[in-house]
Design a protein around this ligand. Structure first.
Ligand SMILES: Cc1cc2nc3c(=O)[nH]c(=O)nc-3n(C[C@H](O)[C@H](O)[C@H](O)COP(=O)(O)OP(=O)(O)OC[C@H]3O[C@@H](n4cnc5c(N)ncnc54)[C@H](O)[C@@H]3O)c2cc1C
Length: 535
């Protein structure tokens, strides 16, 4: 199968692997973009389309379909932040984020939802974001859905998803089918290890090739360390090259001088870069209100094989429990089913030794449902905080308070009931002391009494949002509705870090749509041309 990235490189795309640089450099460009994920990719595409000279800076490697072997042992160290073992500072929450060209879009599971109207309405009421609504954003979502092949997934769901659908339907709980951004998907189920068949329409396969074909330059294994500024103008971005191991510094530096600087390092990387740069933050908002959609998990043993590693990972969802209370009331949650692969499952599952091995022996018959808790709307759900730790690298504090645990308990109950309704033989919350239950009656009693605390109850996240929140004024946000920094004129933040709350839906399409709008506005301003028609 042809690897379009290798073809492009052979045809002369400009890619600099900074780990191989022999000397430090200073480069002049129009725009430098930090990060190549959902935000950085769309930005590079749209700015390069207006003829601007663009450079992309990515600390991860450039890997493509020829490298994607459907192996967890290769994928996690190569493509993920901290080898897929990134955690909050207290180690209570495991965080999955991409660290490669394409960012998290290279490894994500392709679920595609627009930002819900009630989320825009909340942002209008609480953050003064009057310009953003479901109506005003509709054409931006539509254009990105078209561009990235976001379509209904017509293939029958895999067994893991069918169990969620069957159990929910028995209980009268509405479910829906998830749209996916794939073109010619083989239904393999290994999206999280990089798509081996080039079906996933990630930034790696779409926006970045488009930008490179127009002459943009991609630097990899290069970490953006610090923006230099005087007054309200950023003058340069200083970067450190990494060695080929992707961990240690090589000692080479690259300085970019540019007209405009775009930060799109994701919701942990972006606030960290702005903190290392000591950008003005008089209201101390930077790095605050980081949201995760904290996820709790319920595992069920079925009579027949489920083989939850095979087939499109998330194709069925239920929003039933998002709409039980007002958006700022008790936390609602969205139900989905993740892909199960042995390393990810083994490292998430409770227990150790013989007990753990026993659970793993049944791996092929396991169904897993997860609940994404909608954080950031209830006044007691203030999210986490990014700060700088050793080596000035980011760490995230995310206190798991009562408001989260209350929702977690409801979610664990709801998932167990659905799994029993679908015919589960045995259900356990992913929780250190949960004994596992053989009936819904036993689960209802047991889960109601389960101590819910950090480390006992597993909490994970693949949706990091916030930290550079948007608002109408500098005392309420870090950037405005266009992603423009309130204090530095030629600095934009264009990624998932700008959301002032979580979303209650998987974030990628929200980022694509918002960044398409904001990068188009920026492209028009910098190029002096009308808004570009999205190519
Ligand atoms: C396993 C997994 C599954 C997911 N599944 C879905 C899904 O099905 N649907 C959905 O909507 N969302 C999903 N997501 C989430 C979605 O992919 C992300 O929300 C989205 O990609 C975030 O975009 P971003 O631009 O903010 O950051 P990212 O896409 O994470 O990109 C940030 C990039 O910046 C780079 N970077 C950071 N700091 C620096 C620095 N200082 N210097 C240089 N480079 C830097 C990083 O290496 C990274 O490549 C999933 C995520 C994961 C990890």
């Amino acid at each position: 199968m042809e690897d379009p990235i290798r073809v492009g490189l052979a045809a002369g795309w400009k890619h600099v692997d900074a780990s191989a640089l022999a000397h430090s450099q200073t480069i002049d460009v129009d725009v430098v973009i930090v990060g190549t994920g959902a935000g950085g990719g769309v930005t590079a595409d749209l700015l390069s389309a207006t003829g601007l000279r663009v450079v992309l800076v990515e600390e991860g490697p450039l890997r493509s379909s020829s490298d994607f072997k459907m192996l967890e042992s290769d994928a996690y160290p190569e493509l993920y932040q901290e080898s897929a073992a990134r955690k909050t500072a207290d180690k209570a929450i495991n965080i999955l984020q991409g660290r490669c060209v394409g960012g998290s879009t290279t490894v994500n599971w392709t679920s595609s939802f627009r930002t819900p109207p009630e989320v825009f309405a909340f942002w209008q009421r609480h953050f003064g974001l009057q310009e953003l609504s479901a109506e005003s954003m509709s054409s931006w979502f539509a254009v990105m859905e078209h561009k990235l092949w976001v379509r209904p997934w017509d293939t029958p769901p895999n067994a893991n998803n069918k169990i969620l659908a069957a159990g929910a339907e028995k209980l009268g709980i509405a479910v829906g089918s998830i749209k996916r951004n794939v073109k010619g998907c083989w239904n393999l189920g290994y999206c999280g290890m990089g798509c081996p068949t080039n079906a996933k329409q990630s930034m790696l396969l779409t926006a970045i090739p488009a930008a490179l074909s127009r002459g943009a330059t991609l630097y990899t294994r290069l970490r953006a360390e610090r923006l230099r500024f005087a007054g309200s103008q950023v003058s340069a971005l200083d970067c450190s090259a990494l060695q080929a191991d992707g961990i240690h510094l090589s000692g080479r530096q690259v300085r970019f001088r540019a007209r405009h600087f775009v930060v799109a390092g994701g919701a942990i990387g972006s606030p960290a870069l702005l903190m290392r740069s000591s950008v003005p933050d008089p209201y101390r908002l930077l790095g605050k209100r980081t949201f995760l959609h904290p996820v709790v998990i319920s595992s069920a043993l079925m009579d027949d094989r489920v083989d939850a590693y095979a087939g499109a990972p998330q194709s069925i969802y239920s929003d039933h429990f998002l709409h039980q209370a007002p958006i700022d009331g008790a936390l609602g949650f969205k139900l989905e089913t993740p892909p199960l692969h042995p390393v990810l499952y083994a490292t998430t599952l409770q227990g150790y030794g013989e007990a753990h091995a026993r659970l793993m022996r049944d791996f092929t018959k396991v169904n897993v449902v997860l609940a994404l808790l909608r954080d950031g709307f209830n006044p007691a759900s203030r999210g986490g905080r990014v700060r700088l730790g050793a080596g000035r690298l980011p760490v995230l504090d995310y206190p798991l308070g009562e408001v989260i645990w209350e929702a977690a308990r409801r979610a664990l109950l709801a998932m167990a009931e659905i799994q029993f309704a679908a015919g589960a033989r045995w259900v356990t919350p992913v929780h250190e002391t949960a004994p596992g239950y053989t009936s819904w009656a036993a689960a209802r009693k047991g889960i109601a009494e389960l101590p819910l605390k950090p480390f006992l109850c597993r909490v994970v996240s693949a949706h990091v949002m916030g930290g550079c929140g948007m608002a109408d004024a500098p005392h309420r946000g870090v950037v405005d509705h266009r992603g423009r920094h309130f204090w530095l004129d030629n600095l934009s933040v264009l990624d998932g870090s700008v959301f002032p709350t979580s979303l209650g839906v998987n974030p990628q399409l929200s980022i694509y749509g918002l960044v398409a709008r904001n990068a188009s506005l920026l492209a028009a301003e910098l190029s002096g041309r009308p808004l570009p028609v999205i190519p």
